[in-house]
Design a protein around this ligand. Structure first.
Ligand code: ADP
Ligand code: ZN
Length: 708
């Protein structure tokens, strides 16, 4: 059984061996058995049903919750020369009929469908008249009412078991928790399915959590080492998403906002750009999530704390699906804790539910303040034991220091108590440091016994201590009042001196070992850089020609292997992992040419133009673009004008002109009869008001308009 499967793996997909449990899963399904596959993101779930689909007779039906996911997979299969289609609401009736005809003629191997479409009686009847190879239910956790991806239509998929008793079914998910697992089995009637549970570790992700001080500055420092990498920055609120996206753009990082408050088309457009272009940063709320199959997301940064470890794991898990090094970075502070607790308090739901959510938040906080290996702690939460510290998280590489905080913690708790359990951290720190300010005076707090007892610690150390007290539940936040701190029951033993307290010592940013080893932009160094960019430029060009995302042509890992192994012939190229027969035939020569240096120079020019267009579309001004691309503004304007002329950019994308001024310039051009006047003719009229380059752009736009 495995023999033909391996042949398909090599010939079609271009891979040499199965990963993890892929082989066993494929064998099970190909044999006609049901399977439940629990595998982390990037583990290689798609092959688990795609290979059996090619091994078995008949049509394989794949259920997927989102059009974006379906399109991505269909495009990938298409490039591999496998006949796959997606039936969805964007198709016309004629197109749908044609697909049905092709299916009846046996020309299609894989059919992708949304669940609600599959369970329509007409569709079920149609399928019952066909030879079905298998049903694959992707993102199977959507059947769970407890998860946040619940899709009621998934519940109806249970009927497949009775309607197609002979057809094997395989359900797949990257959701780790036990409860969801069991729900999938019951709801989808998979009691007899063989279960394949992989480790949920994502070894290529480097985890780092830092105390939040100046979040924007910290974020910039993090991004500074990752120029040109694609990534996601998660924020809690829509407002913050927009602010951070704008901020990053002004700092020279092409960033796009994404949240549920944006118009649907704009969201879809941003998502598409994120998938299709390289090096974009998506600043998003958690609305940006499932459906992001982009394999080369190099980092996920959190500027706000997720509500649970489940959410943290899922969100960070969007980094590094391709298995190459990736980073999960988070800045977290006391303010996050207050905010989330507040939201929890105000949320709908009964007490039991709130308690459950509170526990989840506590687990998240414990990870933030964790002294030991983060990966061990994270996996332990999902009932998985990692025997050794991972050596690939901040706590492992920075050697976290702890200190005996027993006495200062008692002073802090005492300050909370003596001042009446109603003040926030700022005031409490003032008390401990003995700061004689207006607020202290007006309250008469300079007479409290705790006033000035804490001068041995710095303000930063006190803040860190308060944060950890709250995170550990030793102090509570008064959510009804103004967010002041209160004592909690669990602090009594500490106050009575019965227990000691060890806390984490916050590292100064410069003390943290640089994670450059894991920074993905460091994947390619020095002399390799130029050739790497040339390979990427070729990939981008091919992707544009074929209207697919670049990673569908070849994933980064494949390009990297080409770069390192330098195949000199087509047969050597065929050995590169990820180069199957079809892709070898289509693209082999072109990539060989680049590797041999035969096609280098023109590619780099393409590269600059492409970059410029991306940056302009991302909302950067010509000045910012010039800075980013390290070329003159004049140059930028002439390239912009060129792109406008080719209608790759709109005038609005290229320039940021006030409407009246733009109108005035356009009128000036259109004033005369016949031909548009040359820029030189109008230059004097607008001298000092706009750069000549602006005139070139406006003229190019007018010209493009008249040509069509
Ligand atoms: P998942 O759906 O589990 O997140 P994918 O199916 O998208 O993961 O696979 C992640 C990446 O790993 C893809 O780029 C895929 O081509 C690659 N991959 C999967 N299986 C193998 C394998 N056996 N050898 C090499 N690469 C693989
Ligand atoms: Zn570790």
């Amino acid at each position: 059984m495995l023999e033909p499967a391996l042949r398909i793996l090599k010939d079609i997909f271009g891979y040499d061996s199965f990963r993890g449990r892929q082989g066993a899963i494929i064998e099970c399904v190909a044999r006609g058995g049901d399977a439940l596959v629990l595998m982390p993101t990037g583990g290689g779930k798609s092959l688990c049903f795609q290979v059996p689909a090619l091994l078995r007779e008949g049509l394989a039906v794949v259920v997927s919750p989102l059009i974006a996911l379906m399109e991505d997979q269909v495009a990938t299969l298409d490039e591999l020369g496998v006949a796959a289609v997606a039936l969805n609401s964007t198709l016309s009736a004629d197109e749908q009929r044609e697909i049905a005809e092709r299916i009846k003629r046996g020309e299609i191997k894989l059919l992708y469908l949304a669940p609600e479409r599959l369970v329509q009686p007409r569709m079920l009847a149609f399928l019952q008249n066909l030879d079905i190879a298998l049903f694959a239910i992707d993102e199977a956790h959507c059947v769970s009412q407890w998860g946040h991806d619940f899709r009621p239509e998934y519940l109806q998929l249970g009927q497949l078991a009775e309607l197609f008793p002979q057809v094997p079914r395989i359900a797949l998910t990257a959701t780790a928790d036990m409860r969801t697992r069991e729900e999938i089995v019951t709801r989808l009637h998979l009691q007899n399915a063989e279960r394949f549970l992989s480790s949920f570790d994502r070894p290529n992700i480097f985890y780092r959590i830092v105390p939040k001080e100046q979040p924007r500055k910290q974020l910039l420092a993090f991004l500074g080492e990752r120029k040109g990498d694609a990534g996601i920055v998660y924020c809690l609120s829509r407002k913050k998403v927009e602010e951070v996206a704008a901020f990053l753009s002004t700092q020279g990082y092409p960033a796009l906002p994404y949240h549920a408050g944006l118009p649907h088309e704009l969201r879809a457009y941003h998502q598409k750009r994120f998938l299709n272009e390289e090096g974009l940063i998506m600043v998003a709320t958690i609305a940006f999530g499932m459906g992001i199959d982009k394999p080369n997301v190099r980092f996920v940064a959190h500027l706000d704390l997720p509500k649970s470890l489940e959410a943290y794991y899922q969100e960070t898990g969007r980094a590094g699906r391709d298995g190459l090094p990736a980073d999960a970075w988070m800045a977290y502070g006391l303010q996050d804790v207050l905010l989330l607790k507040q939201m929890l308090q105000n949320s709908e739901g009964d007490e039991r539910h709130k308690r459950l959510e509170q526990h989840k938040l506590d687990a998240m906080l414990a990870l933030c303040e964790q002294i030991r290996c983060r990966r061990q702690a994270l996996l332990a939460y999902f009932d998985e034991e990692l025997p050794q510290p991972c050596g690939h998280c901040d706590n492992c590489v920075d050697a976290v220091q702890t200190w005996d905080a027993t006495e200062p913690a008692r002073q802090a708790l005492s300050a909370i108590f003596r001042s009446g359990q109603r003040y926030g951290v700022g005031h409490l720190v003032d008390l401990l440091l003995g700061r004689d300010n207006d607020k202290v005076r007006s309250l008469g707090h300079q007479h409290l016994s705790v006033f000035g007892v804490g001068k041995a610690l710095s303000e930063g150390e006190w803040r860190s201590l308060f944060r950890q007290l709250v995170a550990r539940g030793l102090a509570d936040v008064d959510l009804e009042g103004y967010g002041g701190l209160r004592l909690s029951d669990s602090c009594r033993p500490l106050l009575r001196g019965e227990v000691a307290l060890q806390l984490r010592r916050d590292l100064k940013p410069q003390q943290t070992a640089k994670p450059s080893a894991s920074a993905a932009s460091q994947l390619v160094r020095g002399e390799e850089r130029e050739q790497w960019e040339a390979l990427r430029a070729l990939r981008r060009k091919l992707a544009e020609e074929h209207a697919v995302p670049p990673y569908v042509i070849f994933p980064d890992a494949t390009l990297l292997e080409m770069l390192r192994s330098k195949p000199g012939s087509l047969s050597a190229m065929a050995q590169v992992s990820g180069v199957g027969a079809r892709k070898l035939e289509r693209y082999g020569e072109a990539f060989l040419d680049v590797l041999n240096g035969a096609a280098e120079t023109p590619q780099v020019v393409v590269d600059l133009r492409h970059e410029l267009i991306s940056l302009a579309r991302a909302g950067m001004t010509p000045q910012q673009i010039a800075g980013q691309l390290k070329c003159s503004e004049k140059n930028v304007y002439s390239l912009l004008a060129e792109a406008i002329g080719r209608q790759q950019l709109s005038l609005e994308q290229a320039l940021d002109l006030p409407q009246e001024l733009l109108g005035e310039i356009q009128d000036a051009f259109l004033d005369g009869e016949g031909e548009l006047p040359a820029v030189a003719v109008l230059a004097e009229q607008f001298a000092g008001r706009v750069a000549d380059g602006v005139l070139y752009c406006v003229r190019a736009a007018l010209q493009a308009e008249f040509e069509v």
